[in-house]
Design a protein around this ligand. Structure first.
Ligand code: FES
Length: 269
């Protein structure tokens, strides 16, 4: 899913995380070399690299937090992974601030505790980077991919179910739009049999279906490939086992209206 904070589709968070990663790692190397060679210039460089890395982390955190709040789907595995990723990163920031405060000045040589704090910080950074990799390479957070006929990402927020969600001409065959209607995440798509509406929430791990691909009347989740029939929500292929919610749609004067009642609820009513 495309990042909210990007430069021409290039998300800012992965660009900025390179600074704290490199600076904190190199600070440990400078400190170890400084101690081994009894060279005050090297441990001073280590001290300044800690400060610069901490400033870099603050800049990198901002787009990361914005993306976690706005594009990572709610109640999903990626939301939890992102939370752990952010918590571990905050812990690393605290560790390096503690280390900088303990040393107090560039001329102070790092003691054993300082080195241990740095080693712990760099190890935690590696773990956090692993989680960041899961978010990008598996959950495709920040990835602006395009499937055949999918067009560019479309998203809209509507406060009331009585209002039209979109115009039927806005969607090409196979195209989808994420519509947040009165707080509910609904995907509107156009399949060969007309306009359909279904929940954005994949029942496997909460992947966003609006970011997937609509082929015929089946939608495929981008995270692990589960496929669902968009008319009745049934699972065509796993790993998901539970059907998704589907909604009735109505086209009036070219405008698409979505019913707040799910199709299954309607049949029982
Ligand atoms: S979240 Fe795993 S297939 Fe959708």
């Amino acid at each position: 899913m495309r990042s909210r904070v990007h430069i021409q589709s290039h998300p800012l968070h992965p660009i900025l995380v390179a600074f704290p990663l490199a600076l904190w790692s190199v600070s440990l190397i400078f400190d170890l070399l400084g101690l081994a060679l009894h060279n005050p210039t090297l441990w001073a460089a280590g001290f300044y690299a800690i400060i610069a890395g901490t400033v870099g982390a603050a800049f990198a955190a901002l787009p990361g937090i914005i993306d976690w709040l706005t594009i990572v789907p709610p109640q999903s595995s990626a939301k939890k992974t992102g939370f752990i990723h952010g918590t571990v990163n905050s812990l690393v920031v605290i560790l390096f601030i503690v280390e900088a405060v303990r040393r107090g000045a560039a001329v102070t040589p790092p003691d054993r505790a300082s080195v241990l704090i740095s080693v712990l910080g760099v190890l935690l950074l590696g773990y956090s980077g692993w989680l960041g990799g899961t978010l990008v390479y598996r959950n495709q957070i920040g990835v602006d991919h395009r499937y055949a006929n999918a067009g560019s990402w479309k998203e809209r927020t509507i406060t009331d179910w009585k209002r039209p969600a979109c115009n039927v001409g806005e969607l090409a065959q196979g195209q989808m739009m994420l519509t947040i209607i009165a707080g509910e995440r609904v995907v509107i798509g156009k399949c060969p049999e007309g306009v359909v509406a279904f929940s954005d929430h994949c029942t496997h791990n909460g992947g966003t279906l609006a970011d997937g691909v609509l082929i015929g009347c089946a939608v495929q989740c981008p995270w692990h490939g589960s496929q669902f029939d968009v008319h009745n929500g049934r699972v065509i292929s796993g790993p998901a086992q539970k059907q998704i919610k589907t909604y009735a749609t109505r086209v009036h004067d070219g405008e698409v209206y979505v019913s707040p009642l799910q199709v299954t609820e309607r049949k029982q009513a």
